[in-house]
Design a protein around this ligand. Structure first.
Ligand code: NI
Length: 202
């Protein structure tokens, strides 16, 4: 009887733990933007930011070309470099047609990601990459327009404010020649699949 009770308690504990882990995994994943299947999806909008050369650019500077936009931060240890590499690979698979698409990295960490830092970073992924930063307000505004969620967190606790990381959504957005939302890619989309989708719009 006692052994059975222990078993029941253990099973209950296990179920609770599994539930907790499942919940944690669910909540840690980036929220899926609500994309309307008909009509105009309200993702994107005007922005005024600073590129890796220090020049102020707006969304209008990209008219006539598709924008492939990823939001991240240069200190990101894994997700950002992986996704930017996928962008680079997909574009290289498109060959000369890739000229119709501008790959854009927008930082979510404007404090550390100055134009100089962004410049050194985007060079890793190709000469055609545009890296954008700006004031914290401008970054917050563009993130909101693209429904990108991000938040700072301190791995060593709030006591060490200089050491922080940024949790962020990992969607890659394709915007058309007029800056309107076309589609998005989830993190982990293989480069060849991305290239195939991009080819359909070129
Ligand atoms: Ni990242």
């Amino acid at each position: 009887m006692r052994g059975r009770l222990v078993l029941v308690v253990l099973l209950g504990f296990l179920a609770g733990t599994l539930g907790g882990v499942a919940l944690l995994l669910l909540t840690r994943g980036a929220p899926v933007p609500e994309v309307q299947t008909s009509g105009e999806a309200s993702i994107g909008g005007p922005f005024t930011l600073v590129d890796q050369t220090g020049k102020t650019l707006t969304d209008k500077d990209f008219r006539g070309r598709y924008m492939l936009i990823f939001f991240g931060f240069t200190h990101c240890p894994d997700v950002c470099p992986a996704e930017l590499q996928v962008m680079a690979d997909a574009l290289s698979q498109l060959g000369p047609k890739a000229g119709g698409i501008v790959p854009i990295f927008i930082t979510l960490d404007p404090e550390r990601d100055t134009p100089e830092v962004v410049s050194a970073y985007v060079k890793n992924f190709g000469p055609n990459f545009v890296g954008l930063t700006g004031s914290p307000e401008a970054i917050a505004a563009v993130a909101k327009a693209y429904r990108v969620s991000f938040s700072k967190f301190y791995p060593n606790g709030e006591g060490d404010k200089s050491n922080y990381s940024v949790d962020h959504s990992t969607f890659l957005y394709l915007m058309d020649k007029n800056g309107k939302y076309v589609t998005h890619f989830g993190f982990g989309t293989p480069a060849n699949q991305m290239a195939e989708t991009l080819r359909r719009y070129l």
